[in-house]
Design a protein around this ligand. Sequence first.
Ligand SMILES: [Mg+2]
Length: 447
Amino acid sequence: MLYCSCNEKLSGGICLMDCMHNSSDKKTLKRYHTTSEDNFIDLESMDLKSNHGSPVLADPVPLSKSRLGLPSNMTPFSPAAAPYSSSGLYLQIPRRKVGKLDDVRANSWLDAMKASSPPRKKLNKDFISVSQSDETDAAYRTWMMNHPSALTAFHQITAYAKYKKIVLFLDYDGTLSPIVDNPDHAFMSSAMRAAVKEVAKYFPTAIISGRSRGKVNEFVRLSELYYAGSHGMDIMGPMRESPSVDDLPDCIRTTDEQGKEVHLFQPASEFLPMINEVFDSLNDMTKDIVGAIVENNKFCVSVHYRNVDEKMWEEVGKRVFGFIKDYPRLQVTHGRKVLEVRPIIDWNKGKAVEFLLESLGLSHRDDVLPIYVGDDRTDEDAFKVLRDSNRGFGILVSTVPKETKAFYSLSDPSEVLEFLKSLVRWKSFESGASDTLQIIFAIGLKY
Ligand SMILES: [Mg+2]
C-alpha cells in the first residue's frame, strides 16, 4: 500500500491532493489507478481539502501514451456540449455564487497569498540533469511526468494538430513577458513580439490577460491579434454574423483603431463606476504600505504585493479583504503576488475563449484545435473549458508543480518563445510540403 505525504492511502495511483495546505475550502479532484502501462482508470472523485499551493505527487506512475500526448478520449467537440445555443440562451450571465474554489475565506487569505506566490525556481533546461538533491526537484519531476514539456512533446502536439486549425490563446504576464517588480515595466522582448506576429500569420491568435485591454494592447502592439482584457471581461473580437454573439447583452458592434469592424463585449460594464470607486479607495488605503501597487484594470482592480516586505503581506490582505466586505457584488481572487478585486459574475478567461471561438465561427467545428498558454490561476478556467469539452488543451507556464487542468507545461517565457517559433517552423514546413504536392499533382495532371 502506498501513502502520500498527506497520509492519503493510495492503491496504485497518484495523489493529486495538496498535502501542504490546510484551507477548509472543498473541491473535487480525481484519483487515478493504473491497471497497466497503457491504461488509466478514473476510479473515483474525491472531496478534498482546497489548496492554493503546490501539490505533492506521490508514487510516480508509469506514463501511458495517452498521458504523454493528448488523452485517448479527446474527441472532436460535440455540439451537444456546446455552451452556446443557437437561441443565444447561454448569453445570460448569472451572478456567480460565492463559495467556489477561488473564493477565499477570511481566516485563510494570508495562507492563500503565500501559496499563490511561490518563489520562482531556476531550472536546468536539461531534464535529466536537474538536481535531485531536494524534494522540490523530485516533486517537479514527478509533476512533469503528468504535464510534459510542450517542447519535448512537440511532435505529439503536431501529430494531433495535423489537418486541424490551431487557434492560439496567450496570457500576457509571466507567459509572453517576464514577471517584473514594476507591473508597468512588464515589456515583452522584440524577439517575443516577432514570434507572436509570425504565429498570428498562420493561426488566429488572441491575448487574454488580467490587465486592462488597452494596457495589454500597448505592451503587445500587434494589430493582427484579438485582445481580451480584465480576465476576459473586456473583449474586442472579430466581427461575424453570429446570433449567439450579436444577442449578447453588453456586446456591441464598433470599429477598432484601424477602422475595422469588431465586436466589443463587456459583460461587467455595469460595474465600471464601482470598480473606479474601489480603485481610488484601495489606492488611498495602501499608500503607506511600502511597495504596494494598486492598478486599475478597468473591470478589476489589482493590488500587487510583490514588492511588499513579506511581514506586511498580512496587512495588505487585511485592508483589501476588510474593505471588500462592504461590496457584496465583488470578490477577491489570488494571482502571483497580486490580489484581484473582481465583479462576481459568471465570466472568466474560459468564457472568453468560448466567446472568441464563437466569434471566429470555429465553435462547432471538429477540425479546430484551441491551445491556451498561461501561467496564472485565472488561466485555469480556460484550461478547464478546453479539457472538459475535449476541444484542445492548456499549457501551463510554471517552474514549480501546480495543480492544473493543463495537459502540458513550459517553464518560462523563454520556452514559450521556443514553442511559438516551433509552431511557425512546423506550419511553414507543412504549408511548403502541401504546396509542393499540389504542384506535383498539377504537373502530373498536365502531362
Ligand atoms: Mg499571467
